[in-house]
Design a protein around this ligand. Structure first.
Ligand code: GCU
Length: 662
């Protein structure tokens, strides 16, 4: 089995007579993307039905059946398509070539899922304009927060373009992803040189491969490039010399690398340079570079992950959760039209549970991208299974009240709330050069689900998981049922044995794996739980840091009041005694014990059911997953016991059910 093909594995299967009767692809289109759409259809049919499709430019005769027609026609959004059956032929109509490609992949999906041929009628327009992956790949080949091997974009400071790049582009296009940032947001060393002729040739090749699949290439940029490339002594965004430098540099880059989409920038964050050095704002910094890329249609994606990482744990006033909001709301409306603010889903950093970032709803006049992390940095590092689509669905469904009662995060990043076209969703990628791309085979469901979700946010997490399972592992009912059970319970299980009630962290510093309740408690990172022998939690109400008040009403009051604050976020917003009763009726301490015991039981059930799949999955994949499941089983116990023991020792309150706590 070709694991590198992931869900495009195209295994032979029994199909109906109509599917088996498909014999020709007809298209008058001659563009590169359409060529690849046709090629993909040919590969899929040849491998699934055994039929070698003929490619021709004429339209079928009136009586003829069994043709696939690819045709450009007006009326759809960019990337949208209409796939339908008519008189025994399948037609794909779209306004652009990307739409034809997405329509072709939709057709292949229907074939893989064994859907009915007759009466097929599927119309889809991508809901989010920008659907991006952010790779945190370093040019030496390592990946920051990478859990599936090394980079397939870089090795020894060189750019790689090979078969794997093509397969990667096919996989992305098949789920509708249309942009990829290939290098780490922490741009250092050789990566600073990506905008110089040292790398243009390879970038051109890479960009062409991406372009064939409707994907735009993006790069992360070093804000201090003018200095670090040795050309200027300042990066002050208001200096004429610096502005001119960027204009010259960007002219060169866009001329040399066609299809370049623009740049992602992390500035004034975790030691990266930025406009603060010169007493300037983020709007000054972003606009300077935006101006330089504007003539080429370039975008500047500016990250809002800006906070003070040199905090004093003794300081109860400074609140890291506030920082994104405090740094950016005052600048709303000042950014140029080709600047997009990229905002993490929560105000801290990709924890298993966080409230939605208050900049969603806080900003009204800025383009916005929602950033999520499918690299499972804090959610089990692709050794534990954690299907994140249910979490992303909750984030998208969160009502911000930005302009009215319907303004969910989805409405904002789809451009509906503020009538924007430069917005969407980005995921920190979970791929590497492991044979199966994502280390844990089940982690590929997050890559698949992310793309599909950004294209079609109304799809349910379960529907996406189901599609992914069938496409990857075929139609075995038992496999489907068990893997669906595992995926759909995995986030819940992980949250249960992790840090309780939205407080987060409690991990080993630096590499962020495994339990360590006080790991960050006396550190400089602004991530505290404030537990003592009486209680736990951070007071972010009006009596504390005031963070709750950053939301629009009625959210602000809901979080501010202990009574209305949802249980799952209680400790994020309030400091309470262990004996505080949750809405569930349990005390906080009993909730901690119960969830940690039950979370481990849920994992045990998942693993037991998984073991029942022996012989039904490709042997190699089964072994690979089994090894990880066994580790997860052990490691979930470690989480359970460390957390329970810590809080038992702190509080001195025994478990009502008398279970073993150390
Ligand atoms: C987290 C992560 C870093 C990363 C940063 C970011 O803090 O641990 O590795 O650089 O997020 O999003 O910029």
């Amino acid at each position: 089995m070709g694991f590198e093909q992931a869900w495009l594995v195209y295994a032979k299967r029994e199909v109906s007579a109509q599917w088996a009767g498909v014999h020709t692809i007809c298209t008058e289109q001659r563009g590169r993307i359409t060529e690849h759409a046709a090629a993909e259809l040919r590969t899929a049919f040849s491998q699934i039905t055994g039929e070698e499709l003929i490619l021709c430019s004429r339209l079928p005769e009136t009586e003829e059946t069994g043709c696939i027609l690819l045709k450009l026609a007006d009326g759809r959004r960019e990337g949208g398509y209409h796939l339908y059956e008519e008189k025994g032929n399948l037609r794909i109509e779209a306004s652009d070539e990307a739409g034809l490609l997405y329509g072709a992949f939709e057709l292949i999906k229907q074939l893989q899922l064994g859907s009915a041929f007759d009466g097929m009628d599927i119309c889809k327009d991508p809901v989010m304009p920008l659907r991006m992956l952010n790779h945190w790949d370093n040019m030496d080949g390592s990946i920051e927060r990478g859990y599936s091997g090394e980079s397939f974009f870089f090795d020894h400071n060189e750019i790689l373009v090979d078969e794997r790049t093509v397969t990667y582009a096919r996989l992305l296009a098949s789920v509708g992803i249309n942009g990829a940032v290939i290098n780490n947001v922490n741009v250092k060393d050789a990566a600073t040189w990506l905008i110089t002729d040292r790398y243009f040739e390879k970038l051109r090749q890479l960009s062409a491969v991406f372009g064939d699949y409707g994907i735009r290439l993006f790069l992360s940029l070093n804000y201090a490039a003018p200095i670090e490339l040795g050309e200027l002594t300042s990066a002050d965004p208001l200096s004429e010399e610096v502005r001119e430098w960027w204009k010259r540099r960007m002219k060169l880059v866009f001329e040399q690398v066609p299809n370049l989409g623009g740049f992602l920038i992390k500035a004034d964050s975790e030691g990266r340079p930025g406009p603060f050095t010169y007493g300037r704002t983020h709007a000054d910094g972003a606009n300077m570079i935006a101006e330089a890329v504007k003539p080429y249609g370039g975008l500047i994606i500016w990250r809002c992950f800006v906070y003070n990482c040199m905090q004093d744990w003794r300081d109860y006033q400074t609140d890291r959760a506030r920082s994104g909001y405090d740094n950016f709301t005052g600048l709303d409306g000042l950014f140029h039209d080709n600047v997009i603010l990229q905002i993490k889903n929560g105000p801290m950093d990709f924890q298993v549970r966080e409230p939605v970032h208050p900049l969603f709803g806080g900003l009204k006049a800025s383009n916005q991208i929602l950033e999520v992390q499918i690299a499972q940095e804090y959610t089990g590092q692709q050794r534990h299974v954690c299907y994140l689509i249910p979490m992303f669905k909750e984030v998208l469904a969160f009502c911000t009240y930005a302009a009215g009662a319907d303004d969910t995060v989805e409405e904002i990043v789809s451009g509906r709330t503020f009538r924007q076209t430069k917005c969407g969703m980005a995921a920190v990628a979970n791929t590497g050069n492991d044979e199966n791309w994502t280390g844990h085979d089940l982690a590929a469901a997050n890559l698949y689900g992310f793309g599909r979700l950004a294209f079609e946010p109304s799809a349910s997490a379960e529907e996406l998981a189901r599609e992914w399972i069938i496409r990857t592992f075929g139609g075995d009912k038992e496999v489907l049922e068990v893997l669906l059970f595992i995926l759909m319970n995995s986030w819940k299980a992980y949250e249960m044995y992790n840090a309780p009630l939205g407080i987060g962290w409690m991990v080993n510093p630096n590499y962020h794996y495994g339990p360590n309740v006080d790991g960050y408690e006396y550190d400089r990172w602004g991530t505290y739980h404030r537990a003592d022998h009486m209680g736990i939690g951070v007071d972010r109400s009006r009596n504390g840091t005031g963070y709750a008040g950053l939301y629009r009403e009625p959210n602000a009051s809901m979080y501010d009041n202990l009574e209305s604050c949802p249980d799952e976020l209680l400790l994020f917003f309030h400091h309470v005694p262990y004996t505080h009763r949750l809405k569930s009726g349990k005390t906080v301490i009993q909730h901690i014990y119960d969830t940690h015991f039950e979370g481990v039981e849920l994992v045990d059930e998942m693993v037991e059911r998984f073991e029942g799949l022996e012989g039904r999955l490709p042997e190699k994949a089964y072994r690979r997953m089994l090894e990880r499941f066994r580790h997860q089983k052990e490691h979930a116990r470690e989480w359970r016991d460390q957390i329970n023991t810590y809080f038992y020792r702190k509080s001195g309150i025994a478990d009502e059910k008398g279970r073993k706590i150390y």
